[in-house]
Design a protein around this ligand. Sequence first.
Ligand code: SF4
Ligand code: SF4
Length: 376
Amino acid sequence: MSNFNHLKTGLSAPICLTWELTYACNLSCAHCLSSSGRRDPHELSTDEAKEVIDQLVEMNVFYINIGGGEPTIRSDFKTIASYALSKGVGVKFSTNGSRIDRDMAQWISEESYLDVQVSLDGATASTNDEIRGPGSFQTAITALEVLQSAKAPSVKVSTVITNKSISQLDELYALSASYGAQLRVTRLRPSGRGALTWASLKLSQVEQEYLFRWLSCHRDVLTGDSFFHLSPLGDPLDGLNMCGAGRVVCLIDPVGDVYACPFVIHDSFRAGNLRDTSFMEIWRHSKVFECLRNETGPKSCSTCNAIDSCHGGCMATKFFNGLSFDDPDPECVFGRGAMTLSRVKTSIMPDLSRSRPIYIRPNKSAKNSTVASRKI
Ligand code: SF4
Ligand code: SF4
C-alpha cells in the first residue's frame, strides 16, 4: 500500500507536529511563514505548555519541532524543552543562532533526542543577508562554530531555497559539512511574509529541474515533504511525498491555536484552541481536519499521469495564491499551475500585524553576534 493510501485518512496522532512557542523574533526574514516579530501577549504560559506536553505524551507523539519566531527568546525555552525530553518526547528546534552561546550548546550536546537546526538562506553573507537581514549570516556561522566546539551531535543547517541561493547548493552542502552539520532544504511557500516575496524569490522551471536533479544526487540532504511536487520529473524523492496537512502534520501556535500545517496559519485552517479543547479532541474530531482527510485530490489533476507521485502538490502554496484544492500546484512541473495562476485575480493576504522585529541582548559567549547586538 502506498504512503498516500495508508495516511490520507489521518493517523491517531501527528508524526510531524510543529509548535511555534513564540512569535517574538529579532529578525524579519523576507519569507517568514509566521510573519514573526512581536510577541503575542497571550502566549501559553509555562504551565500551560507543560499540560500540552502531557497531552502529547498520552497520544504517543514521539517528537515535536519547536519553532517561532525565535523560540530561544522565551525565558522558559529550556524548561519547556527539558520537560518534553523528560517525558520521552524528542525535540527538534529551529533557531537563527542569536541565542546559541556556550551554555546552550553544552546543554544541546548533553541531551539525547534534542536536535537543533540553524537557519541559513545562502552560502555567503550577501545572499543570506538579503533574505534574513544584515548580520544574520555571521550570527548563524558563529552559532555553528559554538555548536561544533561543544561537539553537539545532530546539528542541521536549514535553507529555504530561492532563486538567490539555488546556485549555491554545492557551497551550502560543503559549508554544512564543514561544521559537522547535515543540510536540510525546504521549499519557499507564499505563507506569512512569504506572500509578499514568493513571486520574486521562487524558482524558475529550469531551476526546479536543476534542484530535482541535485536532490536526486544528494539523498543525504533532508527535505521533509517540501519537494514531492517535483517527483513527476523522475524517480520520487525520499520522504513523505504527499501533503500531510491535518493527516500527519499540524501546527500549534504561541496562543494554543491548532492549524493543519505550519504554512497555513489562517482562519480557514484553524481547527481549535488548546485553552478550551484538548489536543486529542482537536486532532481526532475537528471539522477542519476531517475535511482534509476526506479530500480525494484535485479534480484538475485527475488526468495527469503523475498524480500518484505529486497528488496535486502543496495546499498552502495553492491557498495563498488564491487557488482552490481542485487546482494544480502553482509550481506544477508541467506548467499547468502557472496557467491557472495567470487567471487568478486575488491572492490571500496573511496577518502581518506582528511583523516588526524585537531587540534582544547579545550572547555572552558568541563572538561577532552582529544581529543580537544590533539596535532594531
Ligand atoms: S500544505 Fe504544503 S506545506 Fe503544508 S503539509 Fe501540505 S504540502 Fe506540506
Ligand atoms: S498536473 Fe497536478 S498532479 Fe500533475 S504534476 Fe501538475 S500539480 Fe502534479
